[in-house]
Write a protein that binds this ligand. Structure first.
Ligand SMILES: Nc1ncnc2c1ncn2[C@@H]1O[C@H](COP(=O)(O)OP(=O)(O)OP(=O)(O)O)[C@@H](O)[C@H]1O
Ligand SMILES: Nc1ncnc2c1ncn2[C@@H]1O[C@H](COP(=O)(O)OP(=O)(O)OP(=O)(O)O)[C@@H](O)[C@H]1O
Ligand SMILES: [Mg+2]
Ligand SMILES: [Mg+2]
Lengths: 256, 256
């Protein structure tokens, strides 16, 4: 029942975490049970949802190293239907200590199996790299949602990301689909946004969401209050954009 | 004579590459011999300076794996005094294959020693991570220049970055200074920029450059033409900001 969607892009700062927070919150507001998994040692998703990392006794790190099951670490957030598996900086150990372990790409996949059907969607927020943590996320997922910032370097990185998806399909996860491509930080006042949009549309076609996330300062302010934008200021353009994206995804889910 | 400055911040998309390109270009325009080293496998610095990566026969990868000296890979750019050691996607191998090699953090440092005095400044552009590539850069450097985007997550990441600098000083490079902290993508229309500025100033004090880089679309457009902003449009605010930063650094160099 549950669909696992990895949110990935090796380019930094393209809106992975902002999408993970606000899309999941919007779906939770629509009363779907949602789990977000923070697989980035930097833990922006965890703090953006108001979880105090130094108060956590266990995190995703403990699941990777066999000290805990995923059930032990699932945590309620401030929103009724939204749950989180929090990150910890110790996750960097995964890319160092587990690099030679057999089955190292499937640890997260196996950990999520027992709880997959408790949620409508499980989103995994990745770090800006294509290392073992992101590989675990991509190996466990049904599909990948790709945020693309409307600027040149983000566009340039899509070739590498596509190669990686192909490689993961070939080696670890033949069923990995592209869920959709989300244009982020669109700035209607400059032509660069438009050019990147046209390029992405040509490359990914019907996979590009109709909803475009515009640049809106509320989305950048909300994490400093440990809240999603829809809790911090639901009337902001940023909150409204992500609510529209959630609607688009729910409609796709029922027809597509 | 040559000063090695690493440009690092594990948060993605804070302006590391944009700073590496435009600061080095501004100093080259002031007729200083400058070398930029692209240690990010994604190679944004390399493409932002118009270097076609698929035409390269050798890159920094070959220096790490002993197939080439740094002299073999230093490449002229479109600006007379600006040189580059280009990146290649194969650099990801460093974090996989060299993870157990003794002296693995000092490979870049040893490679740069023979050429250090040919340049006034050597800038190293890092990926958004604190792995072996960034460790090599920090171990080889005299100082670190930290770009900080004027938004919450970038501020949140400074604690971790400071811990890493302390750790590198303790284990690999006791002389690693903080060259300066550069506020980037400052948006005068929103208070968040101001709040981040105040916080950073409180934390880093006189290390914060007087020059602030404002948000300016020219800086985002220039890389799509393979040029620094000062070549693409020297009258743009973005180009002018980085020229002012270069001036501030040159003055510090002569008095500080
Ligand atoms: N639509 C938007 N409008 C304005 N600011 C935004 C928007 N989306 C994201 N931001 C801000 O831009 C910065 C980068 O976004 P975010 O951290 O979500 O990207 P990321 O891809 O997760 O970064 P990383 O690669 O470091 O994990 C953050 O400060 C965030 O608050
Ligand atoms: N002052 C600015 N005004 C407008 N856009 C900017 C500015 N500085 C950088 N950018 C754009 O913001 C994006 C992120 O900048 P950049 O790639 O330099 O950051 P980075 O820290 O090197 O990212 P990464 O962590 O992925 O290496 C790029 O698309 C860049 O062109
Ligand atoms: Mg993130
Ligand atoms: Mg960069």
């Amino acid at each position: 029942m549950g669909k696992i969607i990895v949110i990935a892009n090796q380019k930094g700062g393209v809106g992975k975490t902002t999408t993970a927070i606000n899309l999941s919150a919007s779906l939770a507001l629509a009363e779907r049970d949602i789990l977000v998994v923070d697989i980035d040692p930097q833990g922006n998703l965890t703090s953006g949802l108001g979880i105090q990392r130094d108060r956590l006794t266990k995190s995703l790190y403990d699941v990777f190293f066999g000290n805990a099951t995923i059930n032990d670490v699932i945590t309620q957030t401030l929103l009724p239907h939204l749950y989180i598996v929090p990150s910890s900086i110790d996750l960097v150990e995964v890319e160092i200590s587990l690099v030679n372990k057999s089955g190292r790409e499937e640890i997260l996949k196996n950990a999520l199996l027992p709880i997959k059907d408790r949620f409508r969607y499980i989103f995994i927020d990745c770090p800006p790299s294509l290392g073992l943590l992101t590989l675990n996320a991509m190996t466990s997922a049904d599909s990948i949602l790709i945020p693309v910032q409307c600027e040149y370097y983000s566009l340039e990185g899509l070739g590498l990301l596509s190669d990686t998806i192909r490689r993961v399909r070939g080696a670890f996860n033949p069923n990995l689909d592209i869920e959709g491509v989300l244009l982020t930080m669109f700035d209607s006042r400059n032509t660069l946004s438009r050019q990147v949009y046209d390029n992405v549309k040509r490359y990914f076609n019907e996979k590009v969401y109709k909803t475009i996330i515009g640049r809106n300062v509320t989305l950048a302010e909300a994490p400093s209050h440990g809240k999603p934008a829809i809790v911090y200021d639901i009337r902001s353009k940023g909150a409204q954009n992500y609510l529209a994206l959630a609607k688009e995804i729910l409609n796709e889910g029922s027809t597509g």
